[in-house]
Design a protein around this ligand. Structure first.
Ligand code: ZN
Length: 243
């Protein structure tokens, strides 16, 4: 079984389509680690496309914000405007679909969450010390997370309990060899590692091989749609910088 591992589409349909076209025929099932909506101009298009695929999807903080499950006063003003627009724009059917998403899922050797194993909606695993604190909070060898929009692999040292981080080597097989890891495939719709290309991963569950990927997409087209919708400038420009 080959899995397309994706996260943080953030209502960016152009990026989502580019990813699906790039890996067409290479996977059997999709794991989506949350934040399908929020920030971008195409929430319904992204939910419609995702839910028509064979997939398992989790809830992220922006999905919950769109459902009014979070106090949006904790969001910055630009994110808050995007949340309010998303709430008004989502169809009732797609809102119901988002409402049904789980926050964690365990399948075979893999735990799936949006943010972190100990705080599945909120916590940002941005450094090894935070990753190390999370390894005791899941039981499988591997955990996939999104939320930071930064592709990375954290590995725990069995003796010391310290974690180390490694940036991915794109398009190269990464063998899952039994050493426990927290893996972030990166974000499709709003990368924040100073690389604007959409990020995703392919997992071959049979051989235990994961591969990080990047693919450019038509950022200008998304920015034009956001401009037409009067979305905040900062959200529009950050796409081309990967910030
Ligand atoms: Zn996100």
């Amino acid at each position: 079984m080959r899995i397309l591992v994706i996260s943080d589409i953030h209502a960016n349909y152009s990026a989502f389509e580019a990813v699906l076209a790039h890996c067409e025929g290479e996977w059997d099932f999709v794991w989506c680690l949350g934040d399908v909506v929020g920030y971008g101009p195409d929430p319904n298009e992204c939910v419609d496309r995702l839910k028509a695929l064979p997939q398992l999807s989790l809830a992220g903080n922006h999905d919950w914000a769109a459902l009014n499950r979070l106090d949006v006063r904790t969001f910055n003003p630009d994110a808050r405007r995007a949340v309010e627009w998303t709430q008004e724009t989502l169809t009732a059917e797609n809102t119901r679909w988002l409402e049904a998403l789980p926050v964690t899922f365990v399948i075979g050797e893999y735990t799936l969450v949006h943010a972190s194993p100990r705080e599945p909606i909120w916590e940002y695993i941005l450094e090894p010390s935070i990753a190390a604190l999370n390894f005791p909070h899941f039981e499988t060898p591997y955990c996939f997370v999104g939320h930071t929009h930064q592709p990375v692999i954290y590995t725990i040292a069995n003796d010391s309990g310290d974690a180390a981080s490694a940036l991915p080597h794109y398009n190269e097989p990464h063998k899952l060899n039994g050493q426990r890891q927290i893996i972030n495939p990166g974000s499709i719709g709003q990368p924040r590692d100073q690389n604007p290309d959409a990020a995703y991963g392919i997992l071959d569950m049979t051989s235990g091989i994961f591969e990080h990927r990047r693919i450019p997409y038509n950022i200008k087209a998304v920015q034009r749609r956001m401009l037409d919708l009067n979305m905040p400038d900062r959200l529009i420009t950050r796409l081309e910088h990967g910030l």
